[in-house]
Design a binder for this molecule. Sequence first.
Ligand SMILES: [Zn+2]
Length: 309
Amino acid sequence: MSSAGSIEQTFVQLADGIQRLTLPLPTGPKHVHCYLAHGTLFDTGLGLGDAPWDSVDAERIAITHFHPDHVGGAQSAAEATAAPVFQGGLDYAQCERVWGSDDWPERMAAWFVRHGVPADVTEDLIVQGHAFASFIRYAIDPDLLYEGSEVGGWQVLELPGHADGHLGFLRDGVLVGGDHLLRRITPAVGLYPESRPDPLGDYLASLERTIELAPRVVYPGHGEPIDDAPNRARELIEHHRIRLDDHAAALAAEPRTAYEISLDVFGRELTPTQRRFAVAETLSHLERLVREGRAARFGDDNLVSYTSP
Ligand SMILES: [Zn+2]
């Protein structure tokens, strides 16, 4: 359902000619922001069917990354506005692989088992994964964007880390940043199957790039605008430096799986969903440590483990 009344309640006029639409999320930060600026609608929420797309005057839709709370409403938004959808080339490939294939939860579960995750946690993933996927209505065959592309006067930046194909959109010192940079939340950086091999290395490089770019303001997917982006980027680099040390301290001469190490680093009291995020985050840190010569990886198709070097 949508109406002009509801859109006035949900679109907020910010500075820089930007309007912000905040949509509810059932979990996590409980909300996600979409932005409308210079004719471009950035991101589309989870796709729960409650967004006021009929009233949105968008010439085009651009997606920062394929996570469900950003891409899930893309098809509905495109149908309601008749606007073309733009999405990153790598990001769309991953979007199709995750949301468009029947056996992705099983493939992901098998991969978690190789990293020592117990069956009850991976069985929950299979149930949740299939239940969730039916809600995610991404737009089929979008126009693909890459580093150096331009869309609606916005310069396209590839900012990998939180997602391999994460894009930012820059115009006049304004960065629409998705989940690359958040003000209070530390963006999740996890390793997942069939993905780039060193997402934390990617993320640290994207943060360094953000310091150099020094955008005047970042409009993020969650939380308030960030007007000190270089400082926030430095904080996040420091956060991960400490987390890398925590992971290095959990290594021993005896092989340990990422699951076992995640029990040390993230504690034992997590729900199955939280545990999967924790193991993915542990793996992104372990793989960075391997590349820095501070950890060694062993294993095969059955079980992967890590030791001190
Ligand atoms: Zn995300």
